[in-house]
Design a protein around this ligand. Structure first.
Ligand SMILES: [Zn+2]
Length: 481
């Protein structure tokens, strides 16, 4: 059955609500179920108890129902004080009040004598509707039973379970369960950036699936970079377990630095997203790394599960690698972000406590103050590592981290001393409290050193032990309490 009301069409077969003109609008999952239930029971008031039982099997709170109704109204452009569609029946429940035009039919056997065909066989519909004799009520009762069985079968066959995998299909983000069945899809304005999503590894870095609020359902966080950035900016998105978008965030700040550069949005989001669990669900934070699309600043934005920005850490240089570890041993992970600090002209690694990275902050201590960002409070990082520059980096303006990962006992970071495809790099290993345990050159580093010796750009022979000992001694770790 298709129910048409206002500009909308609700389809009881596909359990989907769209706009009659097929423009950008779509409701699935619980929202569509809620709306269909109200429409199908529009001859009277539907009580709150009935909705909770029918749609949530009572596994939710009345407050969640209020939220669901509020979201549904918002999606339909309805307002509670002047309802076009959903009216409050005070103290009782809700009533669907719009005019509904029905079309299509329930697929039922048409043979004479069958339940569905009986009203016609008895005469005509007019008679059945007017007289409502015993036959009508028997048929009605049968229909209710058939509908109930169909409903149960529908719920049993419908793909369910939490999303485990995302798929990009055309311009749709598709969430699938562990058996590869589609749970929901969302149209993404502007399509997907080929450059960002071409490698299959994007999923671990640019998305996160799990229970953000501790209520049992799995949310999806997706770092979205559109192909057509003229239509939409790169943004962080959060989807409800039903597939409805809960919130979307894109930084919009204009930033200035000491050298007089003024940097306008947009900011890219290729670096990634990390979710850091709190002691309580409300303390969980989503951290995302944005970088200015061509100029120096980088941003680590912290958001709560409702999409409120709880902290902005602006950095003089791009931080492109994210990980997490409990650096201070308080039982909660810090965010680790690696990249370059332009003010130090060197590779850096910062550890940020999600709970105390609040407001608008930036590092202020750096050798080259021309890169300092203006108009922000001084940042309070848990720790800042500034990697020493080696002799091989002489010809490079900067060094930078090109890898960051956390193993059960180590934080492993790779600092590139030049900007070649296979950079001359050094692997630094720390324990989880950021105490340096080891520094080791990659083979490209020793090769580059020898090339520079030959060309006369270096005046000494490569002595791995001596040079690593020197770098370890010059590595700086600044900590705050
Ligand atoms: Zn050297």
């Amino acid at each position: 059955m298709r129910y048409r009301f206002g500009p909308f069409v609700a389809d009881s077969g596909s359990r989907h609500v769209s706009r009659a003109d097929e423009s950008q609008f779509s409701l699935h999952g619980k929202q569509a179920e809620l709306l269909l239930y109200l429409i199908e029971h529009r001859n009277g008031v539907v009580t709150r108890h009935e909705l909770l039982e029918a749609l949530w099997k009572a596994h939710t709170t009345p407050a969640s129902l209020d939220t669901a109704i509020a979201r549904l109204r918002h999606a339909l452009g309805d307002v509670a004080s002047r309802p076009k569609y959903i009216q409050n029946a005070w103290g009782e429940g809700y009533r669907f009040v719009a005019d509904v035009e029905e079309s299509g039919h329930i697929h039922a056997p048409e043979e004479p004598g069958s339940a569905a065909a009986q009203p016609r066989a008895n005469g005509n519909q007019e008679t059945a509707r007017v007289s409502r004799g015993p036959a009508f009520w028997r048929v009605a009762a049968c229909c209710v039973v058939v509908a109930a069985i169909a409903g149960v079968a529908y719920w049993a066959l419908k793909p369910h379970g939490p999303p485990e995998l995302l798929k990009l299909e055309g311009n749709y983000l598709v969430a699938m369960n562990g058996r590869g069945q589609e749970l929901w899809r969302h149209h993404m304005q502007g399509g997907f950036s080929e450059e960002v999503y071409h490698s299959p590894g994007w999923q671990g870095r640019l998305s996160w699936i799990g229970d953000l609020d501790g209520n049992g359902g799995a949310e999806v966080i997706f770092a979205f970079t559109p192909e057509m950035q003229i239509e939409q900016r790169p943004s962080l998105m959060c989807f409800e377990p039903s597939g409805r978008m809960r919130w979307q965030y894109a930084p919009n700040r204009v930033v200035r630095d000491m050298a007089g550069r003024t940097m306008y949005p947009p900011y890219n989001l290729g670096a990634g997203v990390v979710v850091i669990a709190g002691q309580k669900p409300g303390e969980t934070r989503i951290a995302a790394a944005f970088v200015h699309y061509f100029n120096q600043p980088g941003l680590i934005a912290f958001l709560d599960s409702r999409g409120n920005v709880t902290g902005e850490y602006w950095h003089p240089g791009h931080l492109l690698y994210l990980a997490q570890a409990d650096v201070d041993g308080d039982g909660r992970n810090e965010l680790l972000a690696g990249g370059v600090n332009n003010g130090e002209h060197a590779a850096t690694l910062v550890a940020l406590d999600p709970a105390r990275t609040t407001g608008l902050t930036t590092p202020t201590e750096m050798k080259d103050q021309t890169f300092r960002l203006l108009g922000m409070a001084e940042a309070r990082e848990k720790a800042v590592v500034i990697f020493p520059r080696s002799c091989v980096s002489k010809g490079s303006a900067y060094t930078r981290l090109v890898e960051l990962r956390v193993t059960p006992h180590r934080i492993v970071s790779v600092a590139a001393e030049d900007f070649k495809t296979a950079p001359a790099a050094i692997t630094y290993q720390f324990d989880h409290h950021l105490n340096l345990t080891d520094a080791e050159p990659l083979k490209e580093f020793s090769e580059r050193h020898r090339e520079l010796e030959k060309s006369g750009e270096l005046d000494h022979q490569f002595d791995s032990q001596k040079e690593m000992a020197d770098l370890k001694a010059r590595l700086v770790v600044r900590r705050s309490d």
